[in-house]
Ligand binder design. Structure first.
Ligand code: 5RP
Length: 225
């Protein structure tokens, strides 16, 4: 079992019958979805799930995990998702997999956001991983200039030499800040720019962090305010 799978499996053990569960996106969340599918098959676990991307929804449907929309549920009990960076205050950079807007909508409607990572994701300061920002395609060049003015080197995300398009039909600009010393301030400045749909800073949203290690062990930390 690799470190990502170990962290994801541990998180899946917190899921109980009748919970509404948010399914994250990425190579770590992948293992959580697999684990939930296995528990449904082997234990008859009864849950309702909501997915943060088309990719995760497809995986879940293939495992007979029942998928619902926001119109059909109230709030989400637990979401299991990965992260690109985690600082010592459990603030995150997310969106490396391009699902940050849906991930943040799901996280902000979740009672307990459990973040699952391998040990390489722990950092002292956020920002070495370029911060993904989802922007409207219309006028993106101007939006990009305004992001640059916040002190980063912005780069339009591409795939196969074409701009990457999110599940919501937007672009992503990856903003290289090197170090983000005031994540809350930056979060507010970015989201105040017209054309920015959402940025990948998740501040104060996580209360449980599970780190997986190469030897298959995990460490769980709870944030108490
Ligand atoms: C997707 C995300 C992912 O959670 C993040 O990129 C981490 O991915 P991985 O688990 O593959 O390292 O935010 O938008």
């Amino acid at each position: 079992m690799n470190s990502k799978q170990a962290a994801a499996e541990k998180a899946v053990s917190f899921i109980q019958n009748d919970m509404i569960v948010g399914l994250g996106t990425g190579s770590t969340a992948y293992w959580a979805i697999e684990g939930i599918g296995r528990r449904i098959k082997e234990e008859g676990l009864r849950i309702k799930a909501i997915a943060t991307s088309k990719r995760s929804e497809e995986q879940a449907r293939g495992l007979q995990i029942p998928i619902f929309s926001f119109a059909e549920i109230d709030s989400i009990d637990v979401t299991i998702d990965g992260a690109d960076e985690v600082d010592s205050n459990m603030n995150l950079i997310k969106g490396g997999g391009g699902a940050l807007l849906r991930e943040k909508i799901v996280a902000s409607n979740t009672t307990q956001l459990i973040i699952v990572v391998d040990e390489n994701k722990r950092v002292q300061w956020l920002g070495k991983f370029p911060l993904p920002v989802e922007v409207a395609i219309f006028g993106w060049e101007k939006t990009c200039k305004k992001l640059e003015a916040l002190g980063c080197i912005p780069r339009l995300r591409t795939t196969e030499n074409q701009p990457y398009i999110t599940d919501n039909g937007n672009y992503i600009i990856d903003c290289d800040f090197k170090e983000i010393k005031q994540p809350q301030v930056l979060h507010e400045k970015m989201n105040a720019i017209v054309g920015v749909m959402e940025n990948g800073l998740f501040i104060g949203m996580t209360k449980k962090l599970i780190v997986g290690y190469e030897n298959g062990e995990t460490r769980t930390s709870d944030w108490n305010d």
